[in-house]
Design a protein around this ligand. Structure first.
Ligand code: XIL
Length: 348
């Protein structure tokens, strides 16, 4: 019964949350309807879940999220058509079952490339046709730039890249554009878009693709950030940089971790997190949303990568680095769905 976040920002941008289908009932459903006017699937629209085997599409779980969005008049982001992670390996096996990346014969490499691009086209086309009237924003490709560059352009050396170069990016966008609704927007999504060298590599890639006529509408900034990193100035510069190319920006996977990198010292439970930590986090949220609001003509959506602190992928990361122990609390609702100091600071 506190004021809805989406109403607070209705003149600026839509407010979203990432969800699993089981969260579309009960308490979480209530919170979603009250505070958010946009939604995205945390996992069920990824390639591994949508097309686990070639030609066997599984839309059941994805459909639940689409239905919920429709029934509640929410915008829908689609995450994600293409990614190097959570993608089934059959995409990258040739007709004999050998990994395409191992092929050395130039003729066979060319054949593999055609086959992979064909599979990609089929994947994108099938999904986009099905959801064209439902999806407002498509993450067309995710994380195509590497953190530690392996090549001149900083492109991630995924199987997609190794087999097709940057053609997979072009084909993905072109196919999505061909079948998507005319008002739907197409995004290139990535993390650490605020920091070098990634920011510049991403900028150069997008600029280059735009010059070639590739239909990119915007940049998705995942924004898996920390209380002290990156700086507000870096975030502002990054939004402005991509806006200078005439592109929209969306904040697509926002969470503000309590930890640095690696995540230490990890708290064992939510109850053991010091009050000062949550205050510092609230101040961070305050500065962040003040910035988003200031740049609201360049930002059309802000999506949290979850709803409340009882369900966050960051717990898994904290635990991975701390022998199975670690609780993070990145959102504005606590594990019992009660508002945190961060809620009040973004509502101010
Ligand atoms: C994460 C999900 O939150 C986890 O549940 C899953 O196990 C792994 O993927 N960048 C992305 C998201 O683009 O798809 C990731 O989501 C988080 C990092």
């Amino acid at each position: 019964n506190v004021d809805p976040i989406d109403e607070r920002y209705e003149d600026s941008f839509t407010i979203g949350a990432a969800v699993e289908p089981y969260q579309l009932e009960g308490k979480t459903a209530k919170i979603l309807k009250h505070h958010y006017n946009s939604i995205v699937a945390e996992n069920v629209m990824k390639p591994i879940n949508i097309q686990p085997e070639e030609g066997k599409f599984n839309f059941e779980e994805a459909d639940k999220i689409v239905k919920f969005a429709k029934e509640n008049d929410m915008d829908l982001r689609f995450h994600t058509l293409v990614w190097h992670s959570q993608v089934p390996q059959w995409f990258f096996l040739d007709k004999e079952g050998n990994p395409m990346v191992d092929e050395t014969d130039p003729k066979k490499r060319e054949k593999n490339k055609r086959l992979l691009l064909k599979r990609l086209e089929t994947h994108v086309k099938t999904i986009v046709k099905r959801y064209k009237d439902d999806v407002d924003s498509w993450d067309v490709v995710n994380e195509v730039i590497d953190d530690s560059p392996q090549n001149e352009k900083g492109l991630r050396e995924s199987p997609w890249y190794q087999v097709t170069g940057t053609d997979y990016i072009k084909v993905a966008f072109e196919t999505a554009r061909k079948y998507a609704g005319k008002d739907a927007k197409l995004y290139i999504n990535d993390y650490n878009t605020e920091v070098e060298p990634k920011r510049t590599y991403l900028y150069n890639l997008v600029k280059d693709l735009l010059e070639q006529g590739v239909p990119i509408d915007g940049v998705g900034h995942q924004s898996h950030i920390q209380i002290g990193w990156p700086s507000i100035q870096e975030i502002e510069d990054s939004i402005n940089l991509f806006a200078s190319l005439g592109l929209d920006n969306q904040i697509t996977e926002l969470d503000v971790s309590l930890y640095g990198w690696p995540p230490r010292p990890a708290y064992e439970t939510y109850e053991t997190i010091p009050e000062e930590k949550l205050q510092a986090q609230a101040e961070r949220y305050d500065a962040l949303f003040a910035l988003y609001e200031k740049l609201d003509n360049k930002i059309s959506n802000v999506t949290f990568w979850g709803i409340a602190d009882n369900h966050t992928w960051l717990d898994g990361r904290a635990q991975q680095y701390n022998n199975g122990v670690g609780k993070d609390a990145p959102f504005v609702f606590d594990p019992d769905y009660k508002v945190k100091p961060a809620y009040w600071s973004i509502m101010d």
